[in-house]
Ligand binder design. Sequence first.
Ligand code: NAP
Ligand code: GDD
Length: 338
Amino acid sequence: MTSKAFITGITGQDGAYLAKLLLEKGYHVHGGVRRISHQETLRLEKLGILQDVRLSEFDLSEMNNITRLIRDNPVDEFYNLAAQSFVGSSWDQPIYAGDVNGLGVVRILDSLRTYHPETRFYQASTSEMFGLVQEVPQRETTRFYPRSPYGVSKVYGHYITTNYRESFGMHASSGILFNHESPLRGQEFVTRKITMALAKIARGSAQPLILGNLEAQRDWGFAGDYVEGMWRMLQQEEANNYVLATGVTTPIRDFVRFAAECLGMELEFDGEGVNEIAINKKTGQKVVEVSEQFFRPAEVDLLIGDASKAQAELGWKATVEIRELAEMMAKSDYDDLR
Ligand code: NAP
Ligand code: GDD
């Protein structure tokens, strides 16, 4: 019999890649979309799968909407990828972040428990929960110390998932995923902001890329690898929590360098803090500036994950290294601007 899956956040980066993966595996894919003034299905269109998925209105803040949808649409696997996912905005909308990212998870879990407790559940947890890291590298057992309202809200989602597994025997797993990017990444996130601005500069723009803290380090992988890990978690006999990461960390400044290099620019960085700039060595053009505007009230300085549990139990490993990722994204933006 054909397996059925429901994906919240199907219009997002991970939702689109996961939908594609599940369709390739022969699933019926049903996804939740927010009722907004226009429907944002660009990523599903780009992957050529918009016609192959069924979409229903879904909002994580609306209990009755979630309950009805779950009651009337039994599925084998339920992936909760929807979230207010931009850390920077979570200081401006902390209550919304808590409601959607935290309470939204228990709205789903409690509806599943009531109507279809046999459904396998995936929660999109995050390395942002490690925040001010208490151990290097970070693994499933590392103590959380979130540094943003987003991180705090995700800790609730993580623990309530574990709690429903332990309280009611539900097959509920939580993936603690480190940053993962792609050409479908939202343009507010730093990697895509970088590749998009540099691609424009490579095509003749004089507008410099304006960034915030260049010192932060992230463990960046490719989103396509990470959705495979989500699926593998739900194929295990027992539900559990797993870190997915590459095990390599890179400062923002180096990601800028890598993306610039594959667009034919060699950069020279000079200065410190908000006075730092980067110049194109060949042309002398100012390519990067730093502005206070993009600094955060509290920062996560260093993330580097240890995915050895996922490798041992799921047979999962990241396959795309950082330079390859920067090149994939920069080239895609450069080509799209043609
Ligand atoms: P994304 O591209 O920002 O997608 C987020 C999705 O959530 C979008 O489809 C969005 O819908 C939907 N959404 C937002 N608020 C909602 C609400 N109130 N009700 C229903 N849907 C709502 O994020 P992503 O990068 O794919 O990340 C997927 C999940 O993994 C998120 O939970 C994120 O927090 C988590 N995560 C991501 C990473 C990463 O590096 N990408 C790492 C760890 C964890 P619209 O299209 O209408 O905006
Ligand atoms: N967005 C952004 N814009 N970030 C900047 C900028 C800028 O102009 N300049 C420097 N940064 C720094 C941020 O301060 C942060 O340290 C780092 O770049 C990465 O920022 P984002 O790309 O916005 O990602 P994030 O790490 O905060 O959050 C992402 O990864 C989490 C997993 O660790 C998101 O995908 C979250 O949803 C996810 O949970």
